[in-house]
Write a protein that binds this ligand. Structure first.
Ligand SMILES: Nc1ncnc2c1ncn2[C@@H]1O[C@H](COP(=O)(O)OP(=O)(O)O)[C@@H](O)[C@H]1O
Ligand SMILES: [Mg+2]
Length: 470
């Protein structure tokens, strides 16, 4: 290792004693200035030349105030006092951190030394950070107002009895710290409930959602727990804060908890039991105060039985279970939802409120709604956009998506019409038969007419009569 070093090179420290201090001063990255007791500059290292763009030859043996009227050094000598880490801006847009102290030799004051560090980048970044932080504060405030309007319990629509029970239960437990499991099919409002519970809880931290089914298994741990700097290759140098820490004093919403990988489950259990977690690659235990709300559209107890989900975790999560019924089990709420969504989207897209034809409402009431409220909401938005483009103000059958007409379940006894009106019953039965045949023949009219045993022209007539033309 020392092959290339000659003995003379090592001796240099003993022999060239006089040049050495200067050599050392020049190799330091901070600007160093030494003045004598009269404030005449005696040392000016390379970093000082670079930082202030003043050559050593120019400044040596000159009074420091000629170059720096505000220099700290005269004061240091006068007061015989050291200063540490003072911020200074010698020129516009240029910032330094200065430390300076008096120099003594054999107890006698002989001058002063200052050490200046360029802090321009640091100060600029700090200024940016302060600006970003204040912008963030403004945005956070606005978002909290928007969230209050959008996610409170008052925004959850529904008059169906069992649905109202779910709302009541959610409201009652929202102020406690109890863990909540929300079950229900996709689109039934699980996230909406979780957000409303968080808002009503009054917890001042964030609502932090994480969808366990949308994140690859290998990444779930780092998303949840974060990692310390340099924890693994590909990790950010600065480390990363995980969702659990982010939810401190707030609510962690674990969506699709049924998809939580089995090896992660004990780690989640630990957080739930004592609020403790560690970042990946770190030994330090972090204490958090979080409320956990979970949601699933799977049958967790069945998963526990089959060994896909830990029993202990399941019991921790389901202290309170809120079940949200699918839309087809609360059809009485469909008109209310439709009318509200039409109002909301008309406002959003800037058009007059649309009327909805009774037949269309009837089809909506009877639709299967496998995507639940999300599906209903999407369809209404699509219809409002179409209506805006077509300049129409009434939603008739022509607005319904094709597959929608084919899929609908026709109720031969519609509520608004007289249940015992035979003409209505026959009419509806005819309509249902035509829809089924059209669907089964892939909309092939001549084939459909044959199956129905009517002339093709009659089929055309009836399609028109029932508003079933494409
Ligand atoms: N009862 C309700 N009243 C108003 N909007 C609702 C209701 N339930 C759900 N929504 C809306 O339907 C969409 C889907 O709800 P979401 O909570 O994401 O469902 P999930 O999490 O169960 O899949 C969201 O836009 C939500 O605002
Ligand atoms: Mg969801």
């Amino acid at each position: 290792m020392f092959d290339n070093i000659e003995l003379n090179d090592i001796d240099i420290f003993d022999k060239k004693g006089e040049e050495l201090p200067e050599l050392i001063l020049d190799s330091i990255n901070d600007a160093i200035c030494v003045v004598d007791i009269n404030c005449i500059t005696k040392y000016w290292n390379k970093a000082a030349e670079k930082l202030y763009n003043i050559d050593k030859e120019k400044i040596i043996n000159r009074h420091i105030k000629e170059f720096f009227p505000n220099s700290l050094l005269p004061r240091i000598i006068r007061e015989r006092k050291a200063y540490d880490n003072i911020y200074n801006s010698p020129r516009e847009g240029c910032y330094n951190v200065i430390s300076a102290s008096p120099l003594y030799m054999n107890g006698r004051l002989i001058g002063g030394i200052s050490l200046d560090r360029d802090a321009t980048e640091f100060i600029k970044i700090s200024e940016l950070l302060v600006k970003a932080q204040s912008n963030l504060n403004v945005l956070e405030h606005e978002i909290s107002i928007i969230n209050k309007n959008r996610y409170s319990f008052s925004q959850i629509l529904g008059n169906n009895n069992s649905f109202r029970d779910s709302i009541r239960l959610a409201r009652n437990i929202s102020k406690s710290n109890i863990n909540v499991l929300i079950t229900g099919e996709s689109g039934t409002g699980k996230e909406l409930f979780a957000r409303a519970i968080h808002l009503e809880s009054g917890r001042n931290g964030y609502f932090v959602p994480i969808n366990c089914s949308a994140i690859p298994n290998e990444l779930i741990e780092s998303e949840l727990f974060g990692y310390s700097p340099g924890a693994f290759t590909g990790a950010l140098k600065s480390g990363k804060i995980g969702k659990i820490e982010l939810a401190h004093n707030g609510t962690l919403f674990l969506d699709e908890i049924g998809d939580m990988p089995v090896n992660m489950q004990p780690k989640i259990l630990r957080v739930l039991e004592n609020g403790e977690m560690t970042r990946i690659g770190s030994e330090k235990t972090i204490k958090t105060n979080i409320r956990v709300i979970t949601a699933t559209n799977k049958n967790l107890s069945e998963m526990v039985e089959k060994g896909f989900f830990r029993k202990d975790l399941y019991y921790r999560l389901n202290s309170v279970v809120i079940h949200l019924p699918p839309l087809r089990e609360r059809r009485d709420d469909i008109p209310l939802l439709i009318n509200r969504f039409i109002e909301d989207y008309c406002m959003e897209y800037g058009i007059n409120i649309l009327g909805i034809a009774p037949q269309v409402m009837e089809i909506f009431r009877n639709h299967r709604w496998e995507g639940n409220i999300r599906e209903l909401k999407n369809i209404i938005e699509r219809i409002v956009v179409l209506a805006k483009n077509n300049n129409t103000d009434i939603i008739d059958m022509s607005f319904l998506p094709k597959d929608f007409i084919g899929d609908r379940i026709i109720n031969p006894y519609p509520k608004q019409e007289s249940v015992y009106d035979l003409n209505n019953i026959l009419d509806n039965a005819e309509k249902e038969a035509i829809i089924n045949v059209m669907k089964n023949t892939g909309n092939n009219k001549s084939h459909a007419a044959k199956l129905l045993n009517i002339p093709r022209s009659t089929l055309y007539f009836k399609l028109k009569k029932h508003n079933l033309e494409e």
